[in-house]
Design a protein around this ligand. Sequence first.
Ligand code: ATP
Length: 241
Amino acid sequence: MLTVRNLHVRYGRSVAALHGIDLDVPDDGVLAVLGSNGAGKSTLLRTISGTLRLHRGTVSGGEVRYGERRIDRLDPAAIVGLGVVGVPEGRQIFARMSVDENLRAGGIGARSAEDRARARERVHELFPVLAERARQRAGLLSGGEQQMLAIGRALMAGPKLLLLDEPSLGLAPKIVERIAGIIREIHQQGTAVVLVEQNAVMALQVADQAVVLETGTVALAGSAAELSASEEVQRLYLGGH
Ligand code: ATP
């Protein structure tokens, strides 16, 4: 279980990005994090993954726990070691390396060669295109395939909790549907997910729980069904009136 309690995050002295966030993600849960630009979604993921400091941000109050462990002061590699693995904003695949080299990079922390091989097999089953294109330069993949590679690379680390930052960004609706199906499958295989999305329709289809962030606080929280039915969510994020 991931628990975030009364989390406050700042960038420098002047920007308070998160003020008093509370949320839980059970080990079998998918939490959608919705909200408009600048609401604090990426900041929340950076805090959970330990990469906040790379962006010159600091936790100024509250805590993040994974299970019993407090993780808000750990570095990113230690957090990956606990099974919490992120797919960063903008995918950030290694464009000059081959598809397979990208996957191998994700599996560097694996305990054994067998674990690595099993993880690669799982990734190839989920994304057959990554097996077909194993030797191709990653930069030559389409946007959707690059997103699949970014998710595949994260799966190579054997996550128990996967953090996804806007996986649908810039992708055609059909590809978004495929990515949504894959996230569901990853979840069914036993991995919890935090899904940050501007695409509320997709996120609420995939998630069981959801929160809406507004200027660094949780404005709404509930089951995905409750939020889908909420007038405010309809009006702001689902194109309703
Ligand atoms: P987007 O979808 O645009 O990424 P977001 O909901 O992910 O939006 P964040 O990127 O977390 O929002 O930004 C939250 C607030 O923190 C915003 O006011 C933003 O300008 C500010 N912010 C984000 N990163 C930094 C940074 N590295 N330095 C200073 N301020 C930042």
